[in-house]
Design a protein around this ligand. Structure first.
Ligand SMILES: *Cc1c(COP(=O)(O)O)cnc(C)c1O
Length: 518
């Protein structure tokens, strides 16, 4: 290419980029504000803070010394507006219905927040002497007991910092137990194709090999498919470390053949890891320990209403059966007479060790226990009942308009696909963008991966019938608009949000990770 041609190309590209930027840049509209980066603002002469000239001190950082790091000079109101404006971009459960499947976006009761802000909980430090934080340790001990009771699994470790971290803790516990038993040949973890993506990822991070179990037409595990996978490379399954199953699974279905499957697994010497992120569908109704689970994690930030999704850190305690409790991470809280203390490695020499600094997300433990105590055992049972009822109500109301891939009732989330709409040119993505246009956070799209064009809808028990009915009527409107030849409208959605459709391929392939001036 000649220099002249290159120049023309660059100019054309720039023009196209300008045009694209104009289309995407909606500017301030209604009470939606665009917001530049702090660095792109006009720097004022009067920054928010006046610092005195630093005293002359000898430089001790050698070549690392920096003279001017170029911090923006902004006044307090400029900084405040910047962050407050951006905070308004974050759609949350406090804004409206948030039917994101697999995420359990339920209301976070304000009572939890009030309790978490009590001085004795909010202003303590993990390095304080234990005798000064007996109340906090008692709270964690009580939370351990509640989780043990609700899951039927007696060993509880609160430290994992999120669901995926709990999976890691659980799989490391299984690995440790096999090591202690001299069973180091066990390298294979079975996992169905309906598993949450974090399951195989966790197994691989722990050094296991993942063997996929196909779920076929029913969306569920079958004994037959399981048996095939279990004995694929060893007639006794002696190379199997365990299986990871999400139950209810990511299609929103309960694994009906789980008892027989777990018996087979246990006979072969494997452990059952249950991804308990969907515990909202079961809490108070059945105890996973009773269907053979050896270890599971609980997402406090899903089932037990602690904030998540930008609202707060997660928390993913693990619960272990008697068989595995000796191997799980330290510390748990133990009670000696009337005194609470954190156990150490000496209390439990077979532990896999410490997983992270300190004792987990304490503030979330406070919120979760508050939630449990304010609901009581009967209230928690009703949580599961209402969550399942709400999901089935949506399923029943939308089943004529949208394709329902699996027969029968669902658990706490329902699965639809875009099969009917796609024939008329409208996909799951278009429906999701349509929901944005109508003021809803979309459902989970294109997940689970076992089918095409999936839409996973989880209303949770905290939505009123009114808000669920409104959502249903919007979804019905969409279906009838598609039938009535308005497919093209959908391709333009959303019309009124500051950003419309982003080039996700471009963003994934060429992410811009660093701001540069022009
Ligand atoms: C949310 C979820 C996870 C991961 O939990 P994080 O707290 O996001 O790490 C794992 N499995 C399932 C089924 C989930 O829904």
């Amino acid at each position: 290419m000649s220099a002249a041609e290159a120049k023309i190309m660059t100019e054309t590209n720039n023009k196209e980029r300008e045009k694209a930027a104009l289309e995407a840049y909606a500017g301030d509209r209604g009470l939606n504000y665009e917001e530049n980066l702090l660095w792109e603002k006009e720097f004022s002469d009067s920054p928010g803070v006046d610092l005195p000239e630093p005293a002359k001190a000898p430089l001790r950082t050698g070549a690392q010394a920096r003279e001017n790091v170029g911090l923006p000079q902004l006044s307090e109101p400029q900084v405040l507006r910047h962050f407050v404006r951006m905070s308004t971009w974050n759609y949350s459960i406090d804004h409206g219905f948030f039917p994101l499947g697999s995420c359990t976006m339920k209301h976070n009761p304000r009572l939890n927040e009030k309790v978490a802000r009590l001085n004795g909980f909010a202003n303590i430090h993990p390095l304080q002497p234990e005798e000064t934080v007996q109340g906090a340790l008692k709270l964690q001990h009580e939370l351990q007991n509640w989780l043990a009771e609700l899951t039927g699994l007696p060993g509880v470790c609160l430290t994992p910092a999120a669901g995926a971290h709990g999976e890691l803790a659980g799989m490391m516990t299984i690995r440790r137990a096999h090591e202690l038993a001299g069973q180091t040949r066990r390298k294979i973890v079975l996992s169905p194709d309906s598993a949450h993506g974090t399951n195989p990822a966790t197994a691989v991070m722990c050094g296991f090999q993942v063997r996929n179990i196909p779920t076929r037409e029913t969306g569920r595990l079958t004994v037959e498919a399981f048996r095939e996978a279990l004995f694929e490379t060893d007639p006794e399954g002696a190379d199997i470390a365990g299986m990871m199953v999400t139950n209810p699974n990511t299609c929103g279905l309960f694994e009906t053949e789980i008892l027989e499957i777990v018996d087979l697994l246990h006979e072969a010497g494997g452990y059952f890891y249950c991804d308990g992120a969907n515990f909202n569908a079961l809490v108070g109704k059945i105890r996973p320990g009773d269907f053979g689970v050896d270890v599971m994690h609980i997402n406090l930030h899903k089932t037990f209403s602690t904030p998540h999704g930008g609202g707060g850190p997660g928390s993913g305690p693990i619960c272990c059966s008697e068989k595995l409790a000796h191997a799980m991470p330290v510390p748990t809280v133990v009670k000696d007479g009337e005194t609470y203390r954190l156990e150490s490695g000496e209390d439990r020499p077979e532990t896999l060790g410490r997983l992270k600094a300190f004792q987990g997300q304490f503030g979330m433990h406070v919120r979760a226990l508050t939630y449990m105590l304010s609901h009581g055992a009967d209230g928690l049972k009703q949580v599961a009942e209402d969550a399942v009822l709400n999901a089935n109500y949506i399923l029943a109301c939308l089943k004529d308009e949208y394709h329902v891939p699996y027969e029968g009732p669902c658990m706490h989330e329902c699965l639809l696909t875009d099969k009917k709409q796609k024939e008329l040119g409208v996909t799951t993505l278009d429906i999701a963008k349509g929901l944005v246009e109508r003021g809803y956070h979309p459902m989970t799209t294109y997940f689970p991966l076992v089918l095409q064009g999936t839409m996973l809808i989880e209303p949770t028990e905290t939505e009123s019938k009114d808000s669920i009915d409104r959502f249903i009527s919007v979804m019905k409107d969409f279906a009838s608009d598609v039938r009535n030849g308005k497919a093209d409208d959908f391709h333009a959605f959303p019309l009124s949000s500051p950003r419309r459709r982003l080039d996700e391929v471009q963003a994934a392939k060429y992410p811009v990770l660093k701001w540069t001036e022009n």
